[in-house]
Design a protein around this ligand. Sequence first.
Ligand SMILES: O=C(O)[C@@H](CO)OP(=O)(O)O
Ligand SMILES: [Mg+2]
Length: 399
Amino acid sequence: MTRISSISLRRVLDSRGNATVEADVLTDSGGFGRAAAPSGASTGEYEAIELPAKEAIANAREHAVPRLVDSVYAGDQRAVDNTLRAADGTDNFSEIGANSAVAISMAAAKAGADTLGAPLYQHLGGAFRGDNFPIPLGNVVGGGEHAKDATDIQEFLSAPVGAPSVEEAVFANAAVHARIGDIFDERGIGAGKGDEGAWAPPISDEEAFEIVDEAVSEVADEVGFEIKFGLDMAAAEMYEGGAYQYSDGEKSTDEQIEYVADLVEEYDLAYVEDPLDENDYEAFAELTDQVGDQTLICGDDLFVTNVSRLQDGIDAGAANSILIKPNQIGSLSDTFDAIELAVKHGYKTIISHRSGETEDTTIAHLAVATDADYIKTGTVAGERTAKLNELIRIADDAV
Ligand SMILES: O=C(O)[C@@H](CO)OP(=O)(O)O
Ligand SMILES: [Mg+2]
């Protein structure tokens, strides 16, 4: 029996030192699941609403917990998530908070898996999952909203596209991160780290491109397989007054499209996330038309893991891949719906962490369960390695 017998909610720390929501779900037969909500800094305008942790917990205790306990089966994910939606009563979880909702949704999934004695990825994805692994995109240099006085572009991402195993891919990204640290030392550049553990150097984007390119090719030579790199431009954060604001001037939308297309060409980029503003489907479509056969153009703030925004993108031909963040939409069922729609229309899927994270490893299981093409979950910091190490364990059949 997987009927939920109790739900506890508490405030815990995230990696930025902010409060977030952790949920424990217990079932009649002793199944147990624990999960915590992550939190974004460069959040999309259309994301589900994160409430202050105390408020989210109080509201979920009042509205959601009584509806779930003794009534809903933890193994029945749709029922759990429909109950969360009904208890909330809004379309963006602004009543109980997407942070409470996603923590309960993920904890229920883990309790369901525990009751079955199955690993989470198998409970979510079925018996035939566990052989295919996503390519990890590793944030190695960054700035934007994740670090002050660093690059304009939010994330430079190592992409070990030729790695023969997930383990080798994870170690390749760590080697790229380390090599970049050495290059900074050689050049006398003092760099701290941003919210996700990437280097946050006080250099221009241009210099960052040159350094990341050098590090990636050196490590590729060492390990003997292909490593490319990509970007999260988080361009909605730069878009102000009808133009993209860079430290050395602004670019119109047409100039931004040309700039990104040139970067794809020059650096053979594997991936470009949010190169344009979150409201500009048309510009996304134009760029996708120009370079979509050479690289992934990914919508994060553009789609916010939301099926209706994704459908608009599909109709417009905007992007060819989607970033998937369960807390952007608030439940695992909604997350699965977005993935299913993406796959149906040939969009690649990238399961992603947030800049504020905990030691929770749900997204590693989600990526394997859904056969995702990529996972973006950092490179070195503990809350990032929690997910990367979990992928290695899943590959080793040790979860
Ligand atoms: O923009 C992003 O893709 C994410 C994760 O890297 O950042 P944040 O969680 O701050 O939105
Ligand atoms: Mg992003």
